[in-house]
Design a protein around this ligand. Sequence first.
Ligand SMILES: NC(=O)c1ccc[n+]([C@@H]2O[C@H](COP(=O)([O-])OP(=O)(O)OC[C@H]3O[C@@H](n4cnc5c(N)ncnc54)[C@H](OP(=O)(O)O)[C@@H]3O)[C@@H](O)[C@H]2O)c1
Length: 240
Amino acid sequence: MQTPTALVTGGAQRIGRAISLALHQAGYAVGVHYHRSAAAAEALVAECNQRRPDSAQAVQADLGTIRGCHELTRQALQWPMHVLVNNAAVFRPTPMADISTADWDAILALNLRAPLELARGMAGALQGGSIINITDIYAHRPLQGHLLYCISQAGLTMCTQVLALELAPGVRVNAVAPGAILPPAGDTDRAQAIRQSIPLGGMGTPEDVAGAVLYLVRDAGYLSGQTLILDGGRLLPVPP
Ligand SMILES: NC(=O)c1ccc[n+]([C@@H]2O[C@H](COP(=O)([O-])OP(=O)(O)OC[C@H]3O[C@@H](n4cnc5c(N)ncnc54)[C@H](OP(=O)(O)O)[C@@H]3O)[C@@H](O)[C@H]2O)c1
C-alpha cells in the first residue's frame, strides 16, 4: 500500500469495522487487523479494494501475546504508516472473588499492554501522524464486577497522556471513550436500563465512534493527550 495508511486493530467487525471504513472513505489505505474474524476481514478488504485498488490489507495477529504485537508491528512498518487505532479489546466480567492470574494476564495483555507495545514499535514511523486509543467510560466510572476491564481502560487513559508527552511533537496521541454503543448480546433488561439513563435518549452507533476517531485524526491538529467522552451525556453529574 502506498497512500498514508491507518492500522485498526480488531478492525474487521463491529466498532472496528466502522472505524476502518470511515478512515478508508477519508482517503487512507487501511490495515485491517483481525484475530479470529478472518472472513469478515477479507470481505471488508475486498470491499475497500474494489473502491480503490491496493488500498486495504488484512493482517492476523494475537495481540494477547508480545510475539503477536511484534508480528503486527513488523507488517505495519512495511506500509507508510500515518495512523494507529488501538481498538481491539476484551470486555467480560471478572467478579473480584473469582479473579485468576489467567484473567489478569489475558485482559491486561490485550487491553493495555498491546496498545503500548504497538505504539512503541510504530512511533518512529508515525511521525506527523497520530495514535487513537479506544477506551471506555468505565475508565472514568467503576463498573461493578468488571474490575480488570475497568483498570485496563483506566490504564490506557493514562497511557494516552504519558505517550502524548513522550511522543510530542512528532506524534499526537488521543483517546475516544465510548459509552453504550453495541451491548453484549442477550442482556436486554440491562440494555434497556442503560438506554433510559442516557440524556441523549439512546445508545450511540459504531459510526459515532468512527466520526470521533476521524475528527481526532484529521481535524484536531492541536490536540494531544485528550480523551473524547462519547456517551450521549451519560457521565454528566446529575443533581440529587
Ligand atoms: N461495544 C461497546 O458498546 C463499547 C463501549 C465502550 C467501549 N468500547 C470499546 O470499543 C472497542 C470496540 O468494541 P467492540 O464491542 O466492537 O469490541 P469487540 O467486538 O468485543 O472486540 C473488538 C475486537 O477485538 C479483537 N480481539 C479479541 N481478542 C483478541 C486477541 N487476542 N488479539 C487480537 N485481537 C483480539 C477481536 O478481533 P476478531 O473479531 O478478529 O477476533 C474483535 O473484533 C473496544 O476497545 C471496547 O473496549 C466498546
